[in-house]
Design a protein around this ligand. Structure first.
Ligand code: GLN
Ligand code: ZN
Length: 756
């Protein structure tokens, strides 16, 4: 093993996986067809990685939905409610739910925009190798072998798996998933033995959880797990991969003392790994898999520096393997597919296929002790030569003076100005993106539709959505976002300093892929971005229409961002553009403006010590964007998760007038948590889960609202779904929203004593 990568995109160069999965879900294709597409995609990846010259090719990095879900299936951690289903039906029910059977929770994979399906474990969970020799890692290993390719199966490491799991709802309070470690290790042992039996030489166990703060008990669990796996008499060699940050010295010491043969460290997100490695005395008898090519970003590697890093490691370890810092799952597949990128930007970029070539080139340079073949990457254009000197000057003059008026005064001013009822109903912004909308956008791009005709199609859609909302009886309306392909890309396309790709798809969750834009230079807003659509929508109704923007942190989190200046500086540039947009919306008569920050938690650094600095700039950027408005203008924000943990205090500091969050799956507990953390403004706990096609009943929503009312008074409680509706279809959307309004009216009548 001299060169390798930790994983590769699974979606296919032409998004084959998405289309095959969606065909299967829609009943247009059967299970065999879906399985066949999977096999073809795997074969294509293995072959291309071998042909590119990698010495060790990973396998089992493919997934029909998610690798954590695959692990749950592998070890039979299947909650009873799915057990009547089988095969793909069971698998996708766990991921997405079916009518009457809600899905498992879904949440973000560390600080990425990839989502995994959260294992749900209880004291009664009995792990076992459910499929025996037909288990996925075994099947895929043999499949590659049959193609003549020896691979290194990749598994989610046992510690990380348990640390990512959640106790089932009916589990006793004292239960923790980590209690199940020994049983889980039994199954991993069996998988390793069987893989060895099939001829596997290496297995990769991913333990990214080791780059976050870990308790003594967790480190002890790590030691116990790898001591047992290390002692197996018949097993492949073990590589424990860490990524997304710097490994803890205690965890590294445990691995150093264990029998695992190789350890992977991330030198892109964890530059301190070198120090930690030195501090534990290196890994004298082990192989170090050195993540020197950034797997999370799209910038070309400085191959000389990568080679130098590897060379500096040679004294500390027995052998160095050149690798990516993490799986390439997080970057687009191939830069060569892009025909219209600006050449000045393009020459600074490398996608997955190019990164594999970088790894191979660095490996070769190291082996032959020659300079690497790749050129030194071009620098970002100097800031002052960038888009707009005015941006930097204005930011300097704005400084930190970014507060709004007193919140009680604002509450009163908005109550009078907007005249909204208690338990006001609204949605998060988008309405279903119908095939017609998508077709219009594709036609516009292909030149089959004129800009005017496109605009008219969008306006018709907006008019329909406004009429629907009036019919449903919602209180604060939205224009529905038909004109937006994606909440970040839409703005990136209109801002200077961003570039868009044509085929740069990256998996976000399941069959949902995004094309993150590339933020390469100073950001500026040449003209208003949303004002026309918002004012058109507002012209159709007397109810307030919410203007809809994407916040600065999310604009960075879901983009590939220049790494030549602190993220904080880039965030302020984006915030200034949004501040100008908000001023324009307000001047045009939009009285409620939502600034979505669904990614606020995502960028949170894995270690506690680094968090306050992050929160400070993240909150500062939001306030810079939103603090220019009058007290009567109501600022909303939205976040797509319910576990706030470390950032719960920051929600208050954002000082939005209304915050909507995901809460249905956690039964509204969040409302009390937020209040307890000192949040006093309006709160819209999502009353149903939009990630599933399931229609919630009015009774169920009513119960959720009554639960929420235990912690917040009716004047500050908002009623909304837990996220935008763009991925849903109209039938379930209409039915769900009707139930939502019914439930809100019933509860409102109750608490205010007025008839429903
Ligand atoms: N306003 C966006 C929408 O409704 C918010 C999306 C999100 O939170 N991810 O689609
Ligand atoms: Zn959301």
């Amino acid at each position: 093993m001299k060169t390798t990568i930790l994983g590769y995109p699974r979606i296919g160069a032409r998004r084959e996986l998405k289309f095959a999965t969606e065909d299967f879900w829609a009943g247009r294709a059967d299970a065999d067809a879906l399985a066949r597409t999977g096999a073809e995609l795997r074969a294509a990846v293995w072959t291309s990685l071998r042909d590119a010259g990698l010495d060790s090719v990973p396998s089992n990095t493919f997934s029909f939905y998610d690798q954590v879900l695959d692990t749950s299936v592998l070890v039979d951690a299947v909650p009873d409610r799915y057990r009547h289903l089988h095969g793909f039906d069971r698998y996708f029910a766990m991921a997405r739910g079916v009518q009457d059977v809600p899905p498992l929770e879904m949440t973000k994979w560390f600080d990425t925009n990839y989502h995994y399906i959260v294992p749900e474990l209880g004291p009664d969970t009995r792990f076992r190798l459910a499929d025996g020799s037909a288990a996925k890692p075994l099947v895929e290993y043999r499949e590659a072998k049959a193609l003549g390719i020896e691979t290194r199966p990749v598994l989610v490491g046992p510690l990380t798996y348990l640390l990512l799991a959640k106790p089932a709802e009916d589990a006793p309070d004292e239960f923790r998933p980590l209690d199940l470690l020994d049983g889980l290790i039994d199954v991993y042992a069996e998988v390793l033995e069987r893989l060895a039996g099939s001829g596997a030489e290496w297995v990769q166990l991913d333990e990214p959880a080791l780059v976050a703060d870990r308790s003594e008990e967790e480190v002890a669990a790590l030691a116990r797990a790898y001591a047992r796996l290390g002692r197996l008499t018949s097993r492949p060699r073990l590589m424990v991969a860490t990524y997304f940050g710097t490994i803890g010295a205690d965890a590294l010491r445990v691995l150093a003392g264990s029998r695992v043969e190789a350890v992977g460290l991330d030198f892109a997100a964890g530059p301190d790994n070198l120090d930690v490695l030195a501090s534990v005395g290196g890994l004298p008898r082990k192989t170090l898999v050195a993540g020197v090519v950034d797997g999370r970003n799209v910038w070309r590697a400085d191959q000389r520096r990568a080679k130098a890093t590897c060379a500096s490691l040679l004294g500390l370890v027995d052998q160095v393997v050149v690798s990516t810092s993490c799986s390439l799952l997080h970057v687009p597949i191939d830069l060569d597919a892009e025909a219209s990128l600006d050449p000045g930007v393009r020459e600074r970029l490398a996608f997955a296929r190019q990164k594999v070539a970088e790894v191979v080139a660095v490996g070769q340079a190291l082996r032959e002790d020659v300079p690497p073949s790749g050129a030194v990457p071009a620098e970002a254009p100097a800031a002052t030569a960038g888009v707009d000197r005015g941006v930097r000057a204005r930011l300097d003059s704005l400084g930190d003076g970014t507060g709004r008026g007193d919140r009680t005064a604002r509450f009163a001013a908005q109550r009078d100005a907007l005249g909204l009822p208690a338990l006001a109903t609204t949605t998060i912004g988008s309405f279903p993106q119908t095939p017609e909308i998508r077709r219009a956008r594709a036609d516009l791009r292909a030149g089959r539709l004129t800009a005017d005709a496109y605009e008219q199609t969008m306006k018709d859609e907006i008019a329909r959505v406004i009429a629907l909302q009036e019919d449903l009886g919602l209180d604060v309306l939205v224009h529905g976002e038909p004109e937006r392909n994606d909440m970040v890309q839409y703005f990136a396309e209109q801002l200077d300093g961003y570039a868009a790709t044509e085929h740069g798809w990256v998996q976000s969750y399941g069959s949902r892929y995004v094309r993150p834009p590339i933020l390469h230079s100073d950001v500026a807003r040449p003209r208003p971005m949303t004002v026309e659509w918002a004012t058109y929508a507002q012209s159709l109704t007397s109810k307030p229409v919410k203007g809809m923007l994407t916040g600065p942190v999310t604009m960075l989190a879901w983009s590939f961002v220049r790494d030549d200046q602190p993220l904080a500086d880039t965030a302020r540039q984006v915030a200034l553009a949004l501040r100008d947009e908000i001023a324009d919306l307000e001047a045009a008569g939009i009285r409620v403006i939502q600034v979505d920050e669904p990614a606020l938690r995502e960028l949170l650094p894995p270690r506690d010590a680094d968090r306050p600095a992050y929160m400070e700039w993240a909150v500062g950027a939001f306030r810079l964007a939103t603090s220019g408005v009058a007290d009567t203008t109501q600022i909303h924000t939205h976040m797509c998760y319910s576990e706030f943990g470390e950032i719960i205090g920051a929600i208050g500091e954002l000082d939005a007038d209304v915050t909507s969050v995901e809460a249905a799956r956690s039964h509204m507990e969040l409302v009390a948590d937020l209040r307890a953390a000192g949040y006093e403004n309006g709160i819209g706990p999502g009353v149903y889960d939009i990630h599933s096609p399931r229609v919630p009943g009015a009774d169920e929503i009513e119960e959720n609202l009554r639960r929420a009312l235990r912690a917040v008074d009716p004047g500050r409680l908002w009623v909304n779904p837990d996220c935008g509706l763009k991925t849903r279809a109209y039938p379930e959307t209409e039915a769900s929203l009707r139930n939502l309004v019914t439930a809100a009216r019933r509860v409102r009548a109750d608490v205010t004593g007025t008839p429903a």
